[in-house]
Write a protein that binds this ligand. Structure first.
Ligand code: EPS
Length: 387
């Protein structure tokens, strides 16, 4: 059994769509969780004017009946409330009005290579799909995946650990309860003092017409060992997580566990020694591997971090070239966010959830959620898993 999902939709088109295929029947979905996650993705100090227009909600179009999955593909629709303002420019059908083209690609965006790749003359044909607006559909799909994970005892959270040069104190002792109030912080950071400094830094750099990048972390709890595979490159969970998180717009680096830091450590400080006791079963006293060994979960919490570059739409545009005249020009100016690091964490929760849900589907199969739970219980029994 494989889990697949895809999204469709342009940033200022009529709406976004996601299709999730491969979940078992009988799974109860939480409507409020969908609305909550959609709203969480829109949070964060440093968002731009678009967020005042959009208030994302998910419409389920198939695959769910009376709150439970049917086992058929689940289609969801997220309308773009901004579309009426773009009706002429983004209409799927020819319009009478003459629509001005944009020829000023932004450094750092998909604009120029996208024009070259498809032979377009209008940058808008590229940027509409390359836009991070697409992540709204990923979050809708990811929240459905989280619903499945919750049924198998897995929870997924995120927090911001750095914005521009401001970093939060390192925490390696986090548990699910620590994330209860993370969305109360205007930057989704667990440390109150750092949150304030981050907000001040966003305000300072925004006044200087700068955009800001940063880092976020995703943690997943409740994973049983052996999810993923060591046997083939394509089944390795670490590689699949890295690809999923790196596919989020503007993400430039993904690390697992101690990631880059482990490169400089001796082996004795790099690994997590193995212990066993009658009451705890198998356990580790450290989690440097971030819950992953050999491309599989090892039963410890999953720790994924990612670095995101500053947004490439600048209020003080960088130098570029007019693609029609080939003359030097400033890149296009568009309404934009200053930073999306807090939102990117929520998107990464969705991507991690989709990968984990897919790997659980592969390992435990089952057409109905009860089949999945029976297979999971039998596996836990076989390996003597106590948690
Ligand atoms: C984006 C540019 C901005 C963001 C948008 C992503 O949109 P606009 O050009 O309409 O002001 O607000 O993000 C969203 C709309 C969203 O829902 O996250 C871009 O170019 O990537």
């Amino acid at each position: 059994m494989t889990l697949r999902f895809t999204t469709a939709g342009e940033s200022h088109g009529p709406g976004l769509v996601a299709i999730v295929e491969g979940l078992p029947a009988g799974l109860e979905l939480d409507r409020e969780a969908l609305d909550r996650d959609m709203a969480r993705r829109q949070l964060g100090h440093g968002r731009g004017g678009r967020m005042k227009i959009e208030s994302d909600t998910v419409e389920i179009r198939s695959g769910v009946r009376h709150g439970r999955t049917l086992g058929s593909p689940i289609a969801v629709l997220v309308a773009n409330r901004d579309y009426p303002n773009w009706d002429e420019r983004m209409n799927p059908w020819p319009v009478d009005a003459s629509v001005e083209e944009s020829h000023l690609p932004r450094p750092g965006h998909a604009d120029l290579a996208g024009l070259q790749k498809y032979g377009f003359s209008d940058v808008r044909n590229v940027l509409e799909r390359a836009s991070a607006r697409e992540t709204a559909a990923r979050v809708a799909a990811g929240t459905i995946a989280k619903g499945f994970l919750s049924a198998v005892g897995v929870s997924v959270f995120s927090h911001v650990i750095q914005i521009a040069s401001v970093s939060a104190p390192e925490r390696d002792d986090l548990s699910p309860a620590d994330f209860d109030d993370v969305d109360e912080s205007p930057v989704r950071c667990l440390d109150a003092d750092t949150s304030q400094t981050m907000v001040a830094e966003i305000d300072r750099l925004r006044k200087e017409n700068e955009s800001l990048g940063g880092k976020f972390e995703v943690r997943a709890f409740g994973l049983v060992p052996g999810i993923g595979s060591y046997a083939s490159w394509s089944g390795k969970l670490d590689g699949r997580l890295a690809q999923a998180v790196c596919s989020i717009q503007s993400v430039k680096g993904v690390s697992l566990g101690e990631g880059w830091d482990v490169a400089g450590k001796p082996g004795s400080e790099a690994h997590d020694e193995i212990f066993y006791s009658d009451d705890r079963g198998w356990f580790r006293e450290t989690n440097r591997a971030g819950g992953l060994e050999g491309g599989m979960t090892n039963g410890e919490p999953l720790v994924v971090q990612a670095a995101i570059k500053p947004i490439s739409t600048m209020t003080q545009p960088l130098r570029s070239v007019d693609t029609e005249t080939k003359e030097p020009a400033q890149a296009m100016r568009e309404r934009t966010d200053s930073t999306v690091v807090p939102a990117a964490g929520v998107v990464a929760e969705a991507m991690v959830a989709l990968v984990l849900a897919g790997a659980y589907r592969e390992k435990f199969g089952g057409d109905h959620i009860d089949d999945v739970l029976s297979a999971l219980a039998a596996y836990k029994e076989r390996i003597g898993w106590r948690r």
